[in-house]
Design a protein around this ligand. Structure first.
Ligand code: NAD
Length: 489
């Protein structure tokens, strides 16, 4: 039996003990996970420094603080989320209990990516624990130092039977994918996303795919360009451009291109000094393969800002390309690095056509003072999420579902969305054995009269929320009496 198979079997056995179903147990595990983040902050920072040159401040800011917030939210709300949810009643169910009961799915497989290796791996785990599942956690092998710390330290804090960490590369992940899970949560690129979905289909396992793509950023000329460029510079060059929701490219009118270039150039200096290579807050490409890939994307375009690089350090300076052609290399794939192309368009309608002619992106950014224009762009396009007049921060709003659409993914998470997506929302109807007379309308022999009553009971809409309780029961009692006595006997 392979190592992967053993981990899945152990997790399933642990799930069957029923301990993860206990709300108190889930809360204890979540609190332990939070303790791990606090007590092992230094180990986490050291690993991220080696993997991506993340700074000691950048690590809590971009990785672990959000996780702590999600844990605190889940601990606070879990009893509500897990409780039966009464739903609207109809004439036919007025005296019944009708509710949704969230229940755990079973064993969840979480496959993480390397760019924010803690955030994208542990955030789904928070949802899986909260929803009462077991989970097999597979961190990305590409962020190797992080994977090692996760494998060594997480089991000290969490129930290691229920939540095992399984490390490894492609063959190990493929072996995991051959196992049967009750849900698979994958974060990574769309090509592998298809393989994950294929493997999941063999067991009819549902999936959440958190993928990427080219997220456009439209800067309108009616906008505070200085502020817009500060926010775009931050959103693009954080983590050296390796953010799934980084603005991939700018669309703007030719008349403001020079201003945009000038402002972004100023912000790069302000944020990362004249020498970003020596700046603590500026990251590195994850490895030489990605370094070479991103450098090659710039080959047929004009560099207006940055362009300096050093392969030995996987360093690429914050770089902006001007007058980029739609058929240039950099516009053919998600950049996932610190290179920002500007494509000029004649106005908002051409920007919308440009966006709609491509795959649906994970994020869409619009900068404008004009609220009508913002609403117009939102209504004429589609994307996983949309953010006006800022970058990235919609990720941190737990009440918003975070996820893609079309090529940028399926399913969503964060806050209660994670809980719901990793639960089975079971429809429950509890009737009494009384009131049998009212059922006559569905029993043979079928008659035209019974049919017209069935039509009334099934199709008549009464807003019971508006009626008082007493009025509601009076209506019901009257109806039942009339139906039973005069028509159905
Ligand atoms: P990656 O190389 O770390 O791969 C992700 C996971 O897939 C890893 O755990 C890896 O082991 C596994 N994997 C890779 N190849 C596989 C194969 N052939 N079969 C089975 N498993 C395989 O990460 P990546 O794909 O380079 O990540 C970058 C992409 O992820 C970008 O497109 C980015 O936009 C996207 N991303 C999306 C989100 C989101 O929340 N939507 C977050 C982060 C990254």
């Amino acid at each position: 039996m392979s190592r992967q198979q053993q981990a899945v079997e152990r997790a399933r056995k642990a799930f069957r003990t029923g301990r993860s179903k206990q709300i108190e147990y889930r809360i204890t595990q979540l609190k332990s996970l939070q303790r791990f983040l606090v007590e092992r902050n230094q180990d986490i920072c050291d690993a991220l420094k080696k993997d991506l040159n993340k700074s000691e401040i950048g690590t809590p800011l971009y990785e672990t603080m959000g996780l702590e917030g999600e844990i605190m939210l889940a601990v606070r709300k879990l009893k509500d989320w897990a409780a039966p949810r009464p739903v609207e009643k109809s004439l036919l169910t007025l005296t019944d209990r009708v509710f949704i009961q969230p229940e755990p799915l079973g064993v969840v497989l979480i496959i993480g990516a390397w760019n924010y290796p803690w955030a994208v791996t542990l955030q789904p785990l928070i949802g899986a624990i909260a929803a009462g599942n077991a989970a097999v956690v597979k961190p990305s092998e590409v962020s190797a130092h992080t994977a090692k710390v996760m494998e060594e330290l997480l089991p000290i804090y969490l129930d290691k039977e229920l939540y095992p960490v399984v490390t490894g590369g492609v063959p190990e992940t493929q072996e995991l994918l051959r196992q049967r899970f009750d849900h698979i949560f994958y974060t990574g690129n769309p090509a592998v996303g298809k393989l994950v979905m294929e493997a999941a289909a063999r067991h009819l396992t549902p999936v959440i795919l958190e993928l990427g793509g080219k997220s456009p950023c439209y800067i309108d000329k009616d906008c505070d360009i200085t502020i817009a460029c500060r926010r775009v510079t931050w959103g693009k060059f954080t983590n050296c451009g390796q953010t799934c929701i980084a603005p991939d490219y700018i669309l703007c009118e030719p008349s403001i291109q020079d201003r945009v270039l000038e402002e972004i150039g100023k912000c790069v200096k302000e944020f990362y000094t004249d020498d970003p290579k020596a700046c603590e807050d500026y990251g590195r490409m994850i490895n030489q393969r990605h370094f070479k890939r991103v450098m090659a994307l710039t080959e047929d375009s004009t560099i207006a800002v940055g362009g300096e690089n050093d392969e030995s350090q996987c360093y690429i300076a914050p770089t902006v390309l001007r007058d980029v052609r739609p058929d240039s290399k950099v516009m053919q794939e998600e950049i996932f690095g610190p290179v920002l192309p500007i494509v000029t368009v004649s106005g908002v309608d051409e920007a919308i056509s440009f966006i709609n002619a491509r795959e649906k992106p994970l994020a869409l950014y619009i900068f404008s003072k004009d609220k009508k224009l913002i609403r117009h762009v939102i209504s004429e396009t589609s994307s996983g999420g949309v953010l006006a007049n800022d970058c990235l921060v919609h990720y941190s709003v737990s009440s918003l579902p975070f996820g893609g659409v079309g090529n940028s993914g399926m399913g969503c998470y964060h806050g209660k969305h994670s809980f719901d997506q990793l639960s089975h929302l079971r429809g429950c109807l509890i009737k009494s054995l009384g009131m049998e007379g009212a059922n006559s309308m569905r029993y043979p022999p079928h008659t035209a009269k019974k049919l017209s009553w069935a039509r009334f009971f099934l199709l008549k809409h009464i807003d019971f929320g508006r009626l008082g309780r007493v009025a509601m029961f009076t209506v019901l009692a009257l109806l039942a009496a009339v139906v039973i006595q005069r028509y159905l006997q």
